[in-house]
Design a protein around this ligand. Structure first.
Ligand SMILES: [Zn+2]
Length: 335
């Protein structure tokens, strides 16, 4: 906020910014507030804050300010379509209707394809006067280097665990005892911490771990349950992916602890109530196998993030988590 206040007061605002950083740490929130403040016609002197009552602020509140546009990938699309990129560039090229600024926020820039990237690039090469484009991305390395080089990059860093805990408390989310754990698992992202607090997620985690720790894990049944759990969140692919990714993160924690236990260490990441499951699991799975399982979890994380078909990613992972066990058991029996 201070850096932008300073830029604005010196009249040095650039035409394009790239806000980069993990999901759920406030990039969009900040971009939206910045747009509101810039368009506000009654902004308190020296402060980067919208007044909330001028006609411009009221238009923003109602979602129909003529100088503000937000674009995101449509829910049913895997990539950001070129038609939408064209529309974005046209919106930015219009003369400001009310003040001096025309502001466009581009969400989901991770999903730009080659065509839409090139369309965007043309606008970035010759930004229309008075225009401000804010591009929001989680992995800037997926963007064309020419896009990155034409934007001022602003990096959003993960927040300290204590701040994430405070945000959970503000939102009255999670039990007091559970908050430090949610904050740790969120990797500094309050958005992720809020998602992780969903009791349904923890319930499913138990179902899954019970299944995996059982003497004969049922691959087909566990895959089905996992897919059904994802379907419960609705049809939006991004939400389903987010949920799948949170579950994989929970599994990674669990297997880390199983590994610790396997080499004679003390579990540190899972709850004391998980102890029974951990012991049951480590009895059945040796250290080598546990390492392999962890590796497969990291692969799954990567694939889910890279939009491999979700059902396939889940099935492959469950198969990797359960298969080989049969062989292991036979070997043990033979011994
Ligand atoms: Zn205002």
């Amino acid at each position: 906020v201070r850096a932008f206040s300073d830029l604005i007061s010196r009249g040095r605002l650039a035409h394009a910014y790239l806000f980069s950083g993990p999901d759920g740490i406030g990039k969009s929130l900040f971009a939206g507030e910045l747009a509101r403040a810039l368009l506000c016609t009654d902004r308190p002197a020296g402060r980067l804050e919208a007044c909330d009552h001028c006609p411009s602020c009221r238009l923003m509140e109602a979602g129909n300010h003529p100088d503000f546009f937000a674009f995101r990938r449509p829910e049913d699309k895997v990539e950001f379509p070129v038609e939408l990129a064209l529309e974005l560039c046209q919106s930015l090229a219009l003369k400001p209707a009310r003040g001096n600024h025309k502001i466009v926020i581009l969400e989901d820039a991770d999903d730009l394809n080659e065509e839409s990237s090139n369309t965007l690039l043309k606008t970035l090469e010759e930004p229309p006067p008075g225009s401000l484009l804010i591009v929001i991305v989680t992995a800037p390395e997926r963007l064309l280097p020419t896009i990155v080089s034409r934007c001022q990059v602003v990096r959003f860093h993960p927040l300290p665990a204590r701040t994430v805990e405070a945000i959970l408390e503000q939102h009255e989310v999670g039990e007091t005892a559970q908050r430090p754990r949610l904050a740790r698992m969120s990797g500094g992202s309050p958005g992720r911490a809020l998602e992780l607090a969903d009791p349904a997620l923890w319930k499913f985690r138990t179902t899954l771990l019970e299944g995996l720790a059982s003497p004969r894990p049922d691959t087909v049944d566990l895959s089905r349950q996992w897919t059904e759990f994802l379907d419960e969140t609705g049809k939006d692919a991004a939400t389903q992916r987010g949920r799948a990714s949170l579950i994989v993160g929970m599994l990674i924690d669990f297997f880390h602890d199983a590994l610790r236990l396997g080499v004679g260490g003390t579990p540190t990441l899972t709850e004391p109530t998980d102890e029974r499951l951990l012991r049951q699991f480590s009895e059945r799975v040796d250290v080598d196998r546990c390492l392999k399982i962890l590796e497969r979890c990291f692969d799954a994380h990567f694939h889910i993030d890279r939009r491999v078909q979700l059902v396939l990613a889940v099935e492959a992972l469950v198969h990797a988590l359960t298969d080989g066990d049969a062989g292991g058991m036979t070997a043990r029996k033979l011994n």
